[in-house]
Design a protein around this ligand. Sequence first.
Ligand SMILES: [Zn+2]
Length: 440
Amino acid sequence: MFWNEAVETLDRPELQKLQLQRLHETLERAYTVSFHKEQFDQAGVTPASLKSLDDLTRFPFTKKSHLRDNYPFGLFAEPTSKLVRLHASSGTRGKPTVVGYTRQDIDNWAEVCARSIMCAGGQPGDMLHIAYGYGLFTGGLGIHYGAEKLGACVVPASGGNTPRQVMLLQDFKAVGLACTPSYALNIADQMRELKFTPQDFNLKYGIFGAEPWTEEIRAKIEQELGLRALDIYGLSEVMGPGVSMECEQKQGLHVWEDHFLPEIVDPNSGEPLAEGETGELVFTSLTKEAFPVVRYRTGDLCALYYEKCPCGRTHARMSKLKGRIDDMFIVRGVNVFPSEIERVLLDFEELAPHYQIILNRPEHLDVVTVLTEVNYNFYAKTIGFALMDNNHPSIRDLSSKIRLKLNQALGVSIEVQVTAPRTIARSEGKAVRVVDNRPR
Ligand SMILES: [Zn+2]
């Protein structure tokens, strides 16, 4: 089922014609912003230099630091009097990055989110429970407007107060759940504690994003919540959630290419990479008015595929994210992504799907400790009502098995600490997977 079948199944030559026309308009618009004009001038290009889509590679990149340097409104192509909304990143390292939307931008955003919900199997008339945070973060309001445009009945639960979320899910019988995958697992934990099974709910599909997650987490969520778990992608700099969405084929996320033009580049050299090669995802907006972006470096790693999907959609698919460049850490010269550790941990049926990676530098060498917890089943069977004892033979044995598996998979030695159920802090929004305690 399609929200906008004509566009979602457009032949590639037609789609490219539309992209080229919109790309021209975007470059013209960006050229009115002094930052972009200076960037273009330095690179020796003007909007007129673009004759084909391939010519875009001659244009300069925009980076996150450029947003910070031009805080708060320096990259806007419209005055704030023409805007109807602002959003901002959390700004954990100082000032946030701010983005703005005109009324048309909000409408286009709702359009791609409505497409995304139907792409996940949603329908007009569905009840959709949104447990993404509402506020300056784009998650909640982004999906919210899309769901209303689709004609779904929205439960704007926002994040937090998990027991209450479980009550609402049970009483209202929502068929769709939108939140981060780590929060979905948190909700699943809460359901189990309250002795519910998936049959006590009416959930059919989940739209989970805002953090990278593996197939192993998907399997866990689907099993525990009894729904179809699909991946949604987006970032505030490019729009918010709904830049791309997985369909029921689960073979990559469709990038809504009539609004966003994707590229994959080598993260070090910035050179374009071929179809199917993994590199850094880069976006140029095609319809945004208030905050056009030109070749924005997302910091996310994935690959692009242009083959038509069995679902009938022609828009390119991006693979599930391998990770964020920022989340990667180096242990004794080896690059490690949290997703690789996640994959190993989720293979152990003794463990709950919650973990944290702690980085320390006690002397001159980095020490990586993976903190994970046993699930209730294993806890009840081996330790019973006694307090969790890290020296218990079954825990010692399990820890060394995990350490060995991590060592084999990653080629570096990693410390493992196994704890009691519900010891690791649960996320109510984006999970904190890596805690970096190393001196800067
Ligand atoms: Zn598809």
